[in-house]
Structure formats: structure tokens, C-alpha cells
Design a protein around this ligand. Sequence first.
Ligand code: IPE
Ligand code: IPE
Ligand code: MG
Length: 248
Amino acid sequence: MQSVETPIAPEKMPRHVAIIMDGNGRWAKERGLPRSMGHRQGVLALRPVIEQSIRWGVPYLTLFAFSTENWARPKEEVGALMGLIEEFFYREVEELRSQGVRIRILGELSALPERPRRLVERAVELTEPNRRLTLSLALNYGGRAELARAARLLAQEAVEGKLRAEDIDEAALAKRLYTAELPDVDLLIRTAGELRISNFLLFQSAYAEFVALPCRWPDFDEQQYAQALRQYGARQRRFGGLEARERQ
Ligand code: IPE
Ligand code: IPE
Ligand code: MG
């Protein structure tokens, strides 16, 4: 395979990058356009970040596309977002499949309108054997809802006698999250400058490095991605312990 230069040393590259894709509305407003145009432009930013992740050898990419709280937006905006989700899966699934992308969904799909839901389910099925990049899309996802669901699943198994209370540990909980097969988040990027987590991957981001970039999501490109990676590469991760040189 052709070697590709990564923005930081390959051994320092994160395994799991998660992105809160924010600022579509502001991107549109700054141009005197309706918010839905910002979302449309935001969808166009997806392909480069997916392809770049493949090229740089990031095996897990997770994107926050629609939160459980986003239903509170005006009906037209929610409708536009659902339409774009449908369009994205309809248009892109073949290409993604041929690139070796496995698509997974984090969140409660059953609440989505039927057309986008069906296309999403089909995309998950079609790309299941792929392993080059695992692309998880958080759709109707909320970190608290996910934790409550995991607690419900554990309680159900306990009631059925399949699990004892004393067997419930961090790993048992992690296994009941939508992210069961994914590693913890290494790098959490948020665009549009906001410094909050907005109910995204609360459990999985426990030790993620947070990088906030001012650029609006539709402007997120290879340079922005590389910049986030360089910030990540310069950090010392400690996981509550000490660095090797501090330990002496
Ligand atoms: C992110 O952009 C996309 C979704 C939340 C679906 P926003 O729509 O939140 O954009 P801003 O924050 O209003 O600029
Ligand atoms: C988080 O962005 C959700 C997504 C990017 C899908 P929001 O724009 O909904 O978050 P808040 O409301 O600014 O916290
Ligand atoms: Mg926002």
C-alpha cells in the first residue's frame, strides 16, 4: 500500500476520533441563507473527513449527526435534516461500501421516519463485513438516554436471572452501550467553538482529549482535521496516573 504522510507520527494517531459537527446554522446565517442550507453544506463536508480518516489510518470515526434533544427544533428544520439523512444514505452507501467502510448507528433508530430509517438499516446491513474504517453515526443519540437504556438492559437480565448484581461492573455496562464493540474515544473534536459536550458519548469520552475548533462544520476540511490531530499529538495523556518521566 502507498504510504501516506500523517499529520502526527503514525504511532501517536488516535484510534477513535469522535466529532460534534456543530455550526451549520451559523454558517448559513453568516451568508444570509436559511439554516437548512447550512445543513446541506454540512453533508458535503462528510466525505473528505471519511476519506482522510481512511488515508491516515484512523480505524474508528464517530460523527454526531442528530441528538435526542434536536427534536426540539422547528418542524421544518427537523424535516430538512431527516431529508438530508435519507439523501446521504441513498447517495453515498455504494461508494462507502467500496471503500471498505462499515457503517454503524448509535441511537434509537425506531423514532426516525420510515424512509430514512429503512435506508439507514440497509446501509448498516450492506457494509457489515467491512473493516477498513468503522464509521459510527449518532442519530437520535443522547448519552443519558444511552446510559438509561444500558441500565434497563442490565436490570432486565438480572430479573431474568441471567446476571447477578455483583457482576455489574464498568465492562458489563460498556457492553450494553451502542458502542459495545468500539474502543474509548481518544480525540473528541467540536467545531464552531462551543466548549461543551452536549450529551455526546458521556461514558466513552471519560479520558478523551477535547479539541475545539472555531471553524463552522461546513468549513471543516483536511487542514482543520490535521490541525485537530496536531493539537492531540502535543497532549500528554495521563489517565489519572503520572507520565513516565514524572514517576522517578
Ligand atoms: C449542527 O449545526 C448540526 C445539528 C445539530 C444537526 P447546528 O444546526 O447546531 O448549527 P448552529 O449551532 O445553530 O450554528
Ligand atoms: C450537538 O450540537 C448535536 C449535534 C452536533 C448533532 P447542538 O447544536 O445540538 O448542541 P447545543 O444545543 O449547542 O448544546
Ligand atoms: Mg449547534
